[in-house]
Design a protein around this ligand. Structure first.
Ligand code: URA
Length: 437
């Protein structure tokens, strides 16, 4: 029987499972333009309501991955591994994880995204470093990985183009929150970059894509199963995203905090998740025998400067100004810094990541429309964390903006982001669940 797109839509609408040839023909036709947007949208809505089996999701992912170029690391001298985060506030982990993993002997081909909504993007953060080029060709990307051990770039037009087209449609047809479609979208891009091992950081909480633990677990399991079905070694952590990670949110400020962490300092939560995720990458890749050894060896690489050295070489190889590593003043500077005093004494009970994300966006650190230009110096720093004692009048955070008027206009919103209590505060659970491959 010949392929007829509406029959495939009808089959999924009525709850059927699509066979491999149908999925591949549909994605092939959509990518080439032979299948119009309205038919792809209808199929996406049918998938939204009817779901997909694991087998269908794996085929959809594979078809989308093969819609463009595949980066390959055949006969590469080091194991290849990457980490993917579903996105959060203050999540600068990629900036530490790529060089740390490379310092331990992995090759890390990391293709990252820009900020989406209130969640920050690794590319925007790296572009705060003057000169850093996120638009390398695949050849230059591979050259940097060969020389340095890691490279972080943006998605090229030739990488999973079916996802680029489909994501734009899903965005305007109410079909983003579908686990098979999210799985195929994330994994088609991540698998096209060629890493043998992939560790996922699935964020969970009000500031994340997945708000509940059940949803986060379902997404993590779906991502892991598809990755394994397509021959990759997979692991995942579900991590808390109701509070920001670290003490900064924005772009240049997050680079500063990443560098502090690569120098062996930085906030405890930031260091801890950096180590946990990188440890899984190295153990799954066979560099270390177990997580305990990995944590110990990787801690040494943060403390003795080996991970920082890889970061320095990556920044230099991608045209960035390496002076930022020793002097934060080489990064873009805000026009104004405005401290938010604590309205009363007590213990910090909670820092609202969603509110911090919205504030950073309005300060200019994120985009309201895709065409917006980010202010790399805008953001929040010196943020208190849950469990810390504060005195009335002591700063809870600093707002960094292009001018004082913009910073002051967000002061009232900033006060409401931090709750203070006189009760004891339970320590935050950073890792909510481990989902093993
Ligand atoms: N990120 C993606 O790349 N795709 C989705 O569908 C959702 C989040």
């Amino acid at each position: 029987m010949n392929f007829v797109p509406q029959w495939v839509i009808e089959k999924k609408r009525d709850g059927g499972a699509l066979d491999e040839a149908e999925v591949r023909a549909f994605i092939g036709g959509f990518t080439s333009g032979a299948i119009p947007d309205y038919q792809m949208s209808a199929l996406a809505m049918a998938v939204y309501f009817r779901g997909m089996t694991q087998q269908e999701t794996a085929v959809l992912t594979d078809a989308m991955m093969r819609s463009g170029d595949l980066v390959t690391f055949d006969a590469w001298p080091r194991p290849t591994a990457d980490k993917h985060s579903t996105g959060g506030i203050g999540d600068k982990l990629s900036l530490m994880i790529a060089p740390l993993a490379a310092s331990a002997g992995l090759a890390v081909p990391m293709i990252s995204g820009r900020g989406l909504g209130i969640t920050g993007g690794t590319l925007d953060k790296l572009e705060a470093i003057p000169g850093y080029d996120t638009r390398l060709s695949v050849e230059a990307f591979k050259r940097v990985i060969a020389e340095v051990g890691c490279s972080i770039i943006g998605q090229t037009d030739r990488l999973a183009p079916a996802d680029k087209k489909l994501y734009a449609l899903r965005d305007v047809t109410g079909t983003v929150p579908s686990i098979p479609l999210i799985t195929a979208s994330i994994m088609s891009k991540k698998l096209a970059e060629g890493a043998e091992t992939l560790v996922l950081d699935v964020k969970c909480g009000p500031a994340a894509f997945m708000r509940t633990l059940d949803d986060a677990r379902a997404l993590a399991q779906s991502l892991i199963r598809v990755g394994q079905a397509l021959g990759r070694k997979m692991g995942a952590l579900i991590t808390d995203m109701d509070q920001p990670l670290g003490r900064t949110a924005g772009n240049a400020v997050e680079v500063i905090e990443a560098i502090e962490t690569l120098k062996g300092g930085g906030p405890a939560d930031t260091r801890s998740l950096t180590l946990e995720l990188t440890a899984r990458m190295t153990v799954l890749s066979g560099v270390y025998a177990d997580l305990e050894t990995a944590r110990r060896e990787l801690s040494r690489r943060l403390d003795d400067g080996r991970a920082l050295e890889v970061f320095r070489r990556m920044v230099a190889a991608q045209g960035g100004d390496v002076r930022v590593i020793d002097d934060a003043r080489a990064l873009p500077q805000p026009g104004a810094a405005f401290e938010i005093p604590a309205p009363r004494s007590g213990t910090v009970a909670f820092v609202d990541a969603r509110q911090i994300g919205r504030i950073v966006l309005q300060l200019g650190g994120g985009r309201k429309a895709t065409s917006d230009v980010i202010d790399p110096a805008a953001g929040v720093d010196r943020l208190v964390q849950a469990g810390e004692a504060v005195e009335k009048g002591q700063p809870l955070l600093r707002l960094l903006a292009k001018d004082a008027a913009l910073a002051e206009s967000l002061a009232a919103a900033a006060v409401t982001a931090v709750s203070i209590t006189s009760e004891p505060v339970q320590p935050r659970r950073l890792i909510l669940e481990r989902v093993e491959g």
